[in-house]
Design a protein around this ligand. Structure first.
Ligand SMILES: [Fe+2]
Ligand SMILES: [Fe+2]
Length: 163
């Protein structure tokens, strides 16, 4: 049985999950053997939980978190910009997200600013953007060092993303 938090979380992103373009993220590896989709669900769910705890906009955090790496290319093999992937992909992800989904101002800020402080001049404007940026770094670290957690993330992502 899924937890109540997981059910509530899923309901906040249900319409995005119904869009086939989102599932294109399954085709691209993000960290180790995790796809961009698996990484993004992990970031999105944890950002949702943190924002719920902090009484800020957990729905924007879940939705922006889910789309923060919606850049749709294999960054290990190709470049889509003059800039290095770390600097370029937030803008590419935002452009892709805007072409398929209606985003709130907070969700746009989350996607565009999630690489801060690497992208020095793109300082998070909202609490939710800062949360997603920090959660992204935390999740990335865990994904890189813990095979056990990667297996848990795969199970979580599977239960969330199956249609
Ligand atoms: Fe990213
Ligand atoms: Fe990320």
């Amino acid at each position: 049985m899924k937890s109540i938090f997981l059910e509530l979380y899923r309901s906040t992103i249900e319409d995005i999950l119904e869009n086939d373009h989102l599932h294109d993220m399954k085709n691209y590896i993000q960290h180790r053997d995790l796809s961009c989709m698996e990484h993004s669900i992990f970031v999105s769910y944890n950002s949702y939980l943190v924002c719920k705890r902090l009484h800020c906009d957990e729905i924007a955090a879940a939705r922006g978190g889910l789309l923060h790496d919606f850049f749709l290319y294999d960054w290990h093999k190709e470049r889509r910009s003059e800039k290095l992937h770390g600097f370029a992909h937030p803008e590419i992800a935002l452009e892709n997200a805007k072409s398929h989904f209606d985003l709130s101002e907070i969700e746009e800020d989350i996607i565009l600013k999630h690489m801060w402080p690497l992208t020095l001049n793109k300082i998070p404007k909202y609490k939710e953007s800062l949360v997603v940026s920090l959660v992204d770094k935390y999740c990335t670290t865990i994904e890189l060092i813990s095979p056990k957690t990667r297996n848990k993330i795969k199970k979580l992502a599977h239960s969330i993303s199956q249609k």
